[in-house]
Design a protein around this ligand. Structure first.
Ligand code: BES
Ligand code: MN
Ligand code: ZN
Length: 503
């Protein structure tokens, strides 16, 4: 392995500057599409380029056909005296789009992804939206090279200088916060990108513990003996087919006695073969991402500690490997979930809800005001909403609030219903509940209806299905490369902050 995962930098070094210095390699500027006069407009902060330089950049860009269309990249040699070797213009689309932070974040990401091998870039995109530019550059520069025997010669850009009018205290604070959030997203990506050979329940728990303790969280890890003793039948049942036993990780951030308490739960299946109800071989490798929910919860809870968010956060994270073997669950086995409800596991591939049910019941014992769980739970999420839109379910009001916040941070969550009739479709011949319905309709929703049975009365609850959004199997886009995306870290953190703000 080329780098140790513990101390690796997750993105470029970000810093604030008020002038274009000497010796940076690339100046990254924005270009919006034409309004009335027919020419695209440079978006460069006031006074950063003199008239001659701006004119030279303008004509060079029109010579190479730059239009300002969103995401379009044009790289030109820098005019003399600018102090950089080249200028990269990234298209920002229509001028009105500059008010949309996520749009700016994505275009910054597009620019960052084209800067492999560059040592130092300086950008004016921060004069439009500092936070968005910082995060777009950070996340667009994220690379995962841990398992290449030789470090690639050209990796993500090493340092990014963000031009701002003044580098005052508040601006520095804004940057620190933006970077901390992006770091949490990258931390979740790292967990997801680490292959199942190397990230199995105990290893995942140890890494969560090490990072959590370092951030000042209280950490508790239950091993397979403790899980069996305490009656975590869902986690034990799903984990029993694997030679690598399951874990339950609990991370606590304490804000104070008067603060609200938010319980977080994330699905941590380090690999999902389906178990005895085995999955087809094609695409099974995608199931390395089946701990994307757990990854996001661990990373968000660490972030909550680092930024000392004003709510108590208690994360309950079940981790197991779903394997077929002589000790695996059989379809039709009945298990007793934590808290006593019995479930007939008719399909061992509907394993996520079994480990989540245990964790949700445990989480509710802490009497939280709110509960958010997130999981790569159903292929049906992707059928319903595609690969980039998380499905948000739960209690009506909080569900809608979480979906709205998710869209406001650019993670696109969409509220989905719990149709009344689905509950009885989960009735079991022998147990309290079956883990699948007897049909395939509304598969994302019936998984949510199953989880609802385990949420304590009075708890405001949101369930975020990220089966598609957690893992990008398509081409890179915006600030998102292939593989782990870190969704929905920014959504959940924004919800925590909003709850903290209302006191
Ligand atoms: N981990 C999968 C869901 C999934 C599918 C995540 C595709 C990411 C991409 C989950 O454990 C699963 O297998 N769900 C089954 C449920 C079914 C058996 C009711 C599914 O969606 O097919
Ligand atoms: Mn499964
Ligand atoms: Zn799964």
């Amino acid at each position: 392995m080329s780098k140790s995962s513990a101390n690796r930098r997750l993105g470029p070094e970000l810093s604030l500057v008020t002038q274009i210095g000497k010796g940076d390699d690339v100046l990254v500027i924005g270009l919006t599409t034409a309004e009335d006069d027919g020419t695209p407009t440079l978006v460069i902060g006031d006074g950063l380029l003199d008239d001659a330089q701006a004119g030279a950049v303008d004509s060079a860009l029109s010579a190479v056909g730059a239009t300002g269309a969103a995401g379009q990249l044009s790289r030109i040699p820098a005019p003399p005296g600018l102090g950089v070797s080249s200028v990269l213009a990234v298209g920002l689309g229509a001028p009105a789009k500059l008010d949309d932070s996520e749009h700016v974040r994505r275009q910054a990401g597009v620019a960052a992804r084209s800067l492999d091998g560059v040592a130092s870039a300086v950008t004016t995109l921060s004069t439009i939206d500092l936070t968005a530019a910082a995060q777009g550059f950070f996340l667009g520069s994220y690379r995962f090279d841990e398992f290449r025997s030789k470090e690639p010669e050209k990796s993500g850009v090493t340092a990014v200088k963000l031009l701002v009018p003044a580098s005052d205290k508040q601006t520095k604070k804004d940057l620190e916060r933006a970077e901390a959030i992006a770091t949490a997203v990258a931390t979740a990506r790292d967990f997801v990108n680490t292959p199942p050979s190397h990230l199995y329940p105990d290893e995942f728990a140890q890494r969560a513990k090490a990072l959590g303790s370092a951030a000042g969280l209280k950490v508790e890890v239950l091993d397979e003996a403790a899980l069996a003793k305490d009656g975590y039948g869902g986690i034990v049942g799903v984990g029993q087919g694997s030679s690598r036993p399951p874990r339950l990780v609990r991370l606590t951030h304490t804000a104070g006695r008067k603060a609200k308490t938010v319980a977080l739960v994330g699905k941590g299946i380090t690999f999902d073969t389906g178990g005895i109800s085995i999955k087809p071989a094609a695409g099974m490798d995608h199931m390395t991402s089946d701990m994307g929910g757990a990854a996001a919860i661990v990373a968000t809870t660490i972030l909550a500690a680092k930024l000392d968010v004003g709510v108590n956060v208690i994360a309950t994270v079940p981790m197991a490997e779903n394997m077929p073997s002589g000790t695996a669950q059989r379809p039709g086995d009945v298990l007793t979930q934590y808290g006593g409800k019995t479930v007939e596991a008719l399909n061992t591939d509907a394993e996520g809800r079994l480990i989540l049910a245990d964790a949700i019941v445990r989480a509710c014992e802490d009497n939280p005001d709110y509960l958010i769980d997130t999981a790569t739970l159903t292929g049906a999420q992707m059928v319903a909403l595609g690969t980039r839109t998380p499905g948000v379910m739960g209690t009506d009001e909080f569900r809608d609030r979480v979906a709205t916040i998710s869209r406001s941070v650019g993670e696109s969550g969409w509220a989905m219903p719990f149709p009344e009739e689905l509950r009885s479709d989960l009735d079991s011949r022998v147990a309290d509940l079956a883990n699948i319905t007897n049909h395939r309709w509304g598969g994302m929703l019936s998984a949510g209806v199953f989880l609802r049975e385990f949420v304590a009365d009075g708890v405001e609850w949101a369930h975020i299905d990220i089966a598609g959004p957690a893992f990008n199997t398509g081409g890179p886009w915006g600030y998102t490369g292939k593989g782990g995306t870190g969704v929905p870290v920014r959504t959940i953190f924004a919800v925590l902050e909003e709850i903290a703000a209302e006191g």
